[in-house]
Design a protein around this ligand. Structure first.
Ligand code: NAD
Length: 494
């Protein structure tokens, strides 16, 4: 395991292949959410740093986009080859920064490598493969797919390495150059990742700049040389970005939040469904994943029995183990930062007014880890389930982004669809059934970008991952990072 130093270390922006401080040398503290203590310092960048990062990416664009797609693919494949070497270091930094338990995280190394390889493969699908059409007798036409130029990737705090990779890999494959803006709450792994990538890629092709979204977000988004923006984050930020991009009519990709239903029918395999429900909301990153199955819809005939079984499973000794996130025996990390911790705690209070608590509800390191003094000030929250009689409560409609779920009963398949779709979000849904016809009907009728039947959270390089409704639009795929040009050539001499 990579050792995490005790002294306060500084991480730097990556601009034009170099590690640089912010132009004012100002820094922000990065907090370890397990302890609530300052862990490292990261740059607090300004508009001058934005200018430098964007202009480095812009200067690098001509050469990078002029490479053959095969040459770009070779670069990306070589990054994929490096992932096993740096995976543990990167995952350790991310774990320490956002509280995701390392054990849950191991598979990410495989996923990251797959994405770089997939992007490398798709690079060679792009170059010069447009369809040629005859236009009458004297001319023909064809299409080209071209990169935009500088692409800006804005990352959330909950999954920096994954979102960094999925944005950078496909944008670079298409011939764009990239500026990444990680979240102020969890920038460390991204700054180190940028440093590793910059050693492989030509100067300026990848740049990483850390700062407050409220301070440098608008200057990044509205910058004339930034040609496309991809945000993974919240609706409020998407609205701010939409406003900032109006003057330049910039194309946007938004991967936003969710309030995803996980629907269990009476004909489901209960054991599978219970494991699926627990994995969908509690263990992965303490519910801080966009696709979290936070609304558990259970057919009324099995409602009480299933809830009792979920409770029993969650309370089995060892099922939930809090503690050092770097120790792979632990299954549950803290909430990733203080504002988010306060938000989750406020929903636990609200849930007690709107529903009936089945299990959980306790918060704080002093309560959950009383015998571990180093964690008493950490942002720990117990996995919590509320029974509710209607989907209309705020705890059923608002994204909490923590280990908090609601259990809602339904009678018929039609009612399950109605409740599933009764939300402003549309990111993901789980369906647990042994009836194949029902599985197909549910897939067809649920309004969300991802539907998983008898499984949950199957995300990787093989399929696009995007949302419907207020969960966003667009996906981080290679086609989204290209624009199509129609070309016509007159072949008859006039
Ligand atoms: P957030 O919207 O608060 O911040 C996201 C990023 O936007 C940060 O880097 C932040 O600095 C930046 N930002 C903030 N204001 C900005 C502005 N005015 N202009 C430009 N950038 C600005 O989101 P978060 O709290 O970091 O992440 C949690 C949210 O992300 C949740 O809603 C979650 O569901 C969502 N999410 C979605 C997906 C997905 O793939 N759909 C994946 C992970 C997280």
């Amino acid at each position: 395991m990579v050792e995490v130093q005790n002294e306060i270390k500084q991480y730097h922006n990556i601009i034009n292949g170099e590690q640089v401080s912010s132009s004012t040398r100002a820094t922000m503290d990065s907090i370890d959410p397990s302890t609530g203590n300052v862990w490292v310092e990261i740059p607090l960048s300004t508009k001058d740093d934005v200018e430098q990062a964007v202009s480095a990416a812009n200067d690098a664009f001509t050469n990078w986009s002029s490479l053959s797609s095969r040459e770009r693919g070779d670069y990306l494949r070589s990054i994929g080859d490096l992932i096993p070497q740096y995976g543990e270091e990167l995952l350790t930094l991310e774990t320490k920064n956002n509280g995701w338990v390392l054990d849950e995280f191991q598979y990410l190394t495989i996923v990251l490598k797959q994405i770089w390889y997939d992007a490398a493969g798709s690079a060679s699908l792009i170059g010069g493969k447009g369809e040629t059409v005859q236009l009458g007798t004297s001319s023909f036409g064809y299409t080209l797919r071209e990169p935009f130029g500088v692409v800006l990737g804005i990352l959330p705090w909950n999954a920096p390495l994954f979102t960094f990779t999925i944005k950078a890999a496909y944008a670079l494959a298409a011939g764009n150059t990239v500026v990444i803006k990680p979240s102020e709450h969890a920038a460390v792994a991204s700054l180190r990742y940028g440093e590793i990538l910059a050693e492989v890629l030509p100067l300026g092709v990848i740049n990483v700049i850390s700062g407050l979204g409220s301070e440098i977000g608008e200057s990044l988004v509205s910058h004339k040389q930034v040609k496309k923006v991809s945000l993974t984050g919240s609706k409020g930020t998407a609205q701010a970005i939409t406003k900032a991009s109006v003057s330049t009519l910039k194309p946007l990709i938004f991967e936003l939040g969710g309030k995803s239903p996980n629907i269990i029918f009476e004909d489901a395999n209960f054991e599978q469904a219970i494991n699926g429900v627990i994995h969908a909301i509690y263990t992965p990153n303490a519910g801080q994943i966009c696709a979290a199955g936070s609304r558990i819809l259970i057919q009324r005939t099995i409602y009480d029995e299933l809830i009792a079984q979920i409770k029993e499973k969650m309370q089995t000794p060892g099922a939930v183990k809090y503690g050092d996130t770097l120790n792979t025996v632990n299954t549950m990390g803290p909430i990733a930062n203080l504002p988010q911790y306060h938000k989750v705690c406020s929903y636990i209070e609200l849930g007690q007014q709107e529903g009936e608590i089945v299990f959980g509800g306790r918060t704080g390191g002093h309560t959950l880890l009383p015998d571990k003094p180093e964690f008493v000030n950490g942002y720990w929250v117990e996995p919590t389930l509320f029974k509710v009689d209607s989907n209309s409560y705020r705890i059923c409609q608002e994204e909490i982004f923590g280990p908090i779920a609601v259990a809602i009963p339904f009678d018929t398949e039609e009612e399950a669809v109605k409740i599933a779709n009764d939300t402003n979000f549309g990111l993901a849904a789980g369906v647990w059934t042994s009836n194949l016809g029902r599985a197909h009907r549910m897939i067809k009728n649920i309004e969300s970008g991802n539907v998983w039947v008898n499984t949950y959270s199957r995300v990787g390089a093989d399929l696009p991952f995007g949302g419907f409704k207020e969960s966003g639009y667009g996906t981080d795929t290679i086609l989204e990072y290209t624009r199509e040009k129609s070309c016509v050539i007159e072949i008859e001499d006039k």
